[in-house]
Design a protein around this ligand. Structure first.
Ligand code: NAD
Ligand code: UFG
Length: 365
């Protein structure tokens, strides 16, 4: 199938592009590299042994978006591109509405023009807001506690209205829980810019010695050890969920919603312990105040995805931490510097050929 992937150079996107290529799909990526490096895709091509088309396009560039969709003529789109930092969204809400909501509108217009109406959208468990009904079901009422979460909620609603207005649309809203881990090769993984916002990448940087200690945001929650509990899911399991959703959409229409989580939670202290064990390094931590907006516990009811898609998460916390640590050790500073590594589109085409191409990127001397 011809699959267009927006945000395909990013963390979840790069792992999904790799699985798409390995499953024989023809892939074209749209990314503006605002939070990623083309190096991730060069490594994906190396791992897959086959090429990918790359278009350095901003979702907000309506004209170029339409041009690319009309050129590639995808049969389906997986839409990862978006901004995702909760704190930044509170400080700069319009940036988030513009990039995430207006960007998605442009994508939908371009899809309509190219007569492609099959879409897998990266939603998030953040749409469950502060719900305390656990486990979280797809039918749990939605709400948002910050502008980032509200962009996901607005987009979900927009997609529901679109599908209700035209039955040719077939859409999956995938609600991810907490994606972590990396490809087992250690060649691709999460590469946060600056101070990581999320627990796992932070813990990983403490273990490697880049940061002094983990701040544990509260140990007075009503959980077993008092620290926050989350449903961590391996990025490779998450990527597999996208391929399963694509298969499902081929024979359906309307909007389908699936939680992608494991169904069980781990506490902050359990994550820190697992990292210290796997890495063999000390992971110092100190207890601080709760982080505003955090819920005590969040984990999925993952049955709907198992019944409809035949998908379930296979990897446990130990594997997630092992793979994340492998990536961290091999790439202590993440991918090479974004700016110096940014290639112009012509250069990229030479490195990364379309699927018909045989050549792979030249080896470094
Ligand atoms: P990421 O930042 O690594 O990847 C997003 C990619 O989109 C990046 O390569 C970025 O350069 C690109 N992008 C952003 N805005 C763009 C624009 N206007 N035009 C073109 N490209 C643009 O993030 P990720 O962790 O891979 O997340 C992917 C998606 O999953 C996002 O939509 C995110 O909101 C959602 N999600 C992520 C998590 C998580 O914890 N990682 C949880 C739930 C949902
Ligand atoms: N935590 C710490 N110290 C840190 C970072 C986090 O103690 O330095 C704690 C948090 O309080 C929470 C847990 O670790 O209890 C997980 O926090 P993350 O920031 O890693 O993840 P969240 O569940 O808060 O949020 C993430 C994404 C959201 C997304 C949500 C569900 O940041 O965008 O998962 O997918 F919506």
């Amino acid at each position: 199938m011809r699959v267009l992937v927006t945000g395909g150079a990013g963390y979840i996107g790069s792992h999904t592009v790799l699985q798409l290529l390995k499953s024989g799909h023809e892939v074209s990526v749209i990314d503006n590299f605002s939070n990623s490096s083309p190096e991730s895709l060069r490594r994906v091509v190396e791992l897959a042994g086959t090429g990918v088309n790359i278009a350095n396009i901003d979702l907000l560039d309506e004209g170029r978006m339409q041009g690319e969709l009309l050129r590639f003529r995808p049969e389906a789109v997986i839409h990862f591109a978006g901004l995702k930092a909760v704190g930044e969204s509170v400080a700069q809400p319009l940036k988030y509405y513009r990039n995430n909501v207006a960007g998605t509108l442009n994508l939908l217009d371009a899809m309509d023009a190219a007569e492609c109406r099959t879409l897998v959208f990266s939603s998030s468990a953040t749409v469950y807001g502060e719900s305390t009904e656990l486990p979280l079901l797809e039918s749990t009422p939605r709400s948002a506690t910050n502008p980032y979460g509200r962009t996901k909620l607005h987009i979900e609603e927009m997609l529901e209205e679109l599908a209700a207005s035209d039955e040719r649309w077939s859409i999956a809203n995938l609600r991810y829980f907490n994606p972590v881990g990396a490809h087992e090769s250690g060649m691709i993984g999460e590469d946060p810019q600056g101070i990581p916002n999320n627990l796992m990448p932070y813990v990983s940087q403490v273990a490697i010695g880049k940061r002094d200690a983990v701040q544990v945001f509260g140990n007075d929650y009503g959980t077993a050890d008092g620290t926050g509990v989350r449903d961590y899911i391996h990025v490779l399991d998450l990527a597999a969920g996208h391929l399963a959703a694509l298969d499902y959409l081929a024979d359906s229409n309307g909007v389908n919603v699936w939680n992608l989580g494991t169904g069980s939670g781990s506490s902050v202290l359990e994550v820190i312990d697992a990292f210290a064990r796997v890495s063999g390094r000390p992971v110092p931590y100190r207890i601080t105040d709760r982080r505003p907006g955090d819920v005590a516990e969040s984990y999925a009811h993952p049955e709907k995805a198992r019944l409809d898609l035949g998908w379930k998460a296979e990897r446990g916390l130990e594997q997630m931490v092992e793979d994340m640590w492998h990536w961290q050790e091999k790439n202590p500073d993440g991918f090479p510097d974004l700016d110096s590594n940014k290639l112009d589109p012509q250069e990229l085409r030479n490195f990364v050929l379309g699927n018909s191409g045989e050549k792979k990127r030249p080896k470094k001397p």
